[in-house]
Design a protein around this ligand. Structure first.
Ligand SMILES: [Fe+2]
Ligand SMILES: [Fe+2]
Length: 257
């Protein structure tokens, strides 16, 4: 199964949204033949109705099945009321042939950091117990500090409890965004993976605009970063369930490999 993991589109009429990059990114994305396109929030910048309408229009260019959770920017200015109108439920368990995907709203209105809370922790446990399929989780914020993304002030309030549930249940994969840099790390038997920003001008240093391709099969997860400006792909991390081996290349846009 292949998931295209994109994040932080930031549709906006100010300086955040780069339409040229977006169009280029969608062209690449539509060729990767993903079973699902998972968007981990920040589709807008200020949560305004004009931005929601803009985002809805822009998403029509993406081919394939979209699965979306909100980010902190989408909840600004009462945007949390608009999100379900435009993009559906914010917390869900979707079941596919190979996996369960639990999507969660990690944001709190008008705050940059987030929180999952006990209700969403219960949803994680429900998803895991639902059947024998692999369960993966996606939300906007991060649970451990992300390198190359500045001083840590945005981690979710209940990161400790969240990690505890994830690690004890051996959830193999958590997909996140928010920090505008691609990153991945393996902790115990879990890959924590952040997608960078798809089309926001607020990129960091030379990381540029990126999205991730996540390939999942019976014994392996592989995550590849697509650099949109350079139209280049680099494998970021691979994790083999059979022998427990993990190869992390710690994505660096300028490194040779
Ligand atoms: Fe963002
Ligand atoms: Fe964010």
């Amino acid at each position: 199964m292949r998931i295209a993991h994109i994040s932080d589109i930031h549709c906006n009429y100010g300086t955040d949204f780069n339409n040229k990059v977006y169009e280029r990114a969608v062209k690449i994305l539509n060729k990767v033949d993903a079973d699902i396109v998972f968007i981990s929030g920040d589709l807008t910048t200020d949560g305004l109705i004009t931005e929601y309408e803009y985002a809805e229009e822009k998403l029509k260019d993406i081919e394939g099945k979209l699965v979306i959770v909100p980010g902190n920017h989408d909840e600004r200015n009462l945007g949390w009321k608009l999100f379900p109108e435009f993009f559906g439920e914010t917390d869900f368990i979707h079941t596919y042939d190979e996996i369960n995907l639990i999507g969660l709203a990690s944001s709190e209105p008008d705050k940059d950091n987030g929180r999952l809370g006990r209700g969403r922790h219960k949803l994680i446990e429900q998803g895991i117990k639902k059947n024998d399929k692999m369960t993966i989780i996606g939300f906007h914020h991060h649970v451990v500090p992300v390198p190359n993304s500045g001083r840590e002030t945005n981690i979710i309030d209940d990161a400790g409890e969240t990690i505890d549930i994830i690690l004890k249940n051996k959830v193999p994969l958590v997909l996140m965004g928010h920090r505008h840099v691609p990153w991945a790390v393996k902790i115990h038997k879990t890959l924590l993976v952040n997608a960078g920003t798809f089309s926001c001008n607020r990129t960091r240093a030379r990381f540029g605009n990126t999205f991730n391709i996540v390939d999942i099969n019976d014994d392996k997860i592989e995550v590849t970063v697509v650099n949109i400006g350079r139209e280049k792909q680099k494998k970021m991390i691979e994790f083999d369930f059979n022998d427990g081996r993990c190869k992390n290349r710690y994505y660096d846009p300028d490194a040779e490999i």
